[in-house]
Design a protein around this ligand. Structure first.
Ligand code: ADP
Length: 251
């Protein structure tokens, strides 16, 4: 579902991703851990085409993000092509990023109507199903500012699902929440991961969650993968000293 081939990302002279290679299979839940500044968020931003690779290639379900086929030639991807690839990817951010001037219902229906071509009635029906899934049916007419952080994040998750993504990118989605709201949001994500075939790529500092839900965990440092293992192995008997020192610091 996701493949990074020799991806280099530089900001000026700073090498943020250094010839990175990894892939994520359909339906897999892969978590990225590692110290701040190691390049984890940049990986998600490249997938959302919010940033461009310096060199190398990224594939989403076999489609290259930076180039498209025109006849027998590969040409740089245009905005329309990228939008189509991106439509299959949902992202949930640390700061929720809901539309503040729209009610919860419109937050969930806006993109499906505009980008998927759903009728208002279809989009609203789907939105109500998703609000039920995230436990917020009674907030359908609330504005985001009337919701707690945990509720806003649930709406953001529902909004991402409303686009029927094949893949969800989660960027530290509980970091901005009060501690007592974290467990509920993580339980919801675990539920979605186990009841759908969505592919997840997740950046988190919640090590217990990572251990609990991930199929694989990738430990990053300085833009490279230090260790790629199933969670029990990575958290209990990591092969690398860098993983051990990182886990000692955060656990
Ligand atoms: P992480 O998510 O692991 O904390 P990031 O991917 O956010 O790491 O950042 C990796 C490095 O890239 C950091 O050194 C950061 O300062 C740098 N960086 C990220 N975005 C930009 C940008 N737009 N311009 C310059 N440097 C950036």
């Amino acid at each position: 579902m996701i493949r990074f081939d020799d991806v280099v990302k530089r900001f000026g002279d700073v090498v943020v991703l250094d010839e990175l290679n990894f892939s994520v299979a359909p339906g897999e839940f892969v978590t990225l851990i590692g110290p701040s500044g190691s390049g984890k968020t940049t990986i998600l931003r490249l997938l959302m085409t919010l940033e461009k690779v310096t060199s190398g290639q990224i594939f989403v379900d076999g489609e290259c993000l930076s180039h498209m086929q025109r006849g027998s030639r590969l040409v740089p991807a245009d905005e329309k092509y990228q939008r189509k690839v991106r439509q299959r990817i949902g992202m949930v951010f640390q700061q929720f990023n809901l539309f503040p001037n729209m009610k919860v219902l419109q937050n969930l229906t806006e993109a499906p109507i505009r980008s998927l071509g759903l009728s208002r009635a279809e989009a609203e029906e789907r939105a109500l199903e998703l609000l039920e899934l995230v436990g917020l049916t009674e907030k359908v007419n609330a504005h985001p500012s009337q919701l707690s952080g945990g509720q806003q994040q649930r709406v953001a998750i529902a909004r991402a699902l409303a686009m029927r993504p094949d893949m969800l990118l989660l960027d530290e989605v509980t970091s901005a929440l009060d501690p007592e709201l974290v467990a509920g949001v993580l339980a919801l994500l675990k539920d979605i991961a186990s009841s759908t075939d969505i592919t997840f790529l997740c950046v988190t500092h919640e090590m217990n969650f990572a251990r609990d839900v991930s199929d694989r965990v990738l430990m990053f440092d300085h833009g490279q993968i230090v260790e790629d293992a199933v969670p029990d192995k990575l958290f209990s008997e990591p092969d690398h000293e860098r993983t051990r020192t990182f886990l000692r610091a955060v656990l």
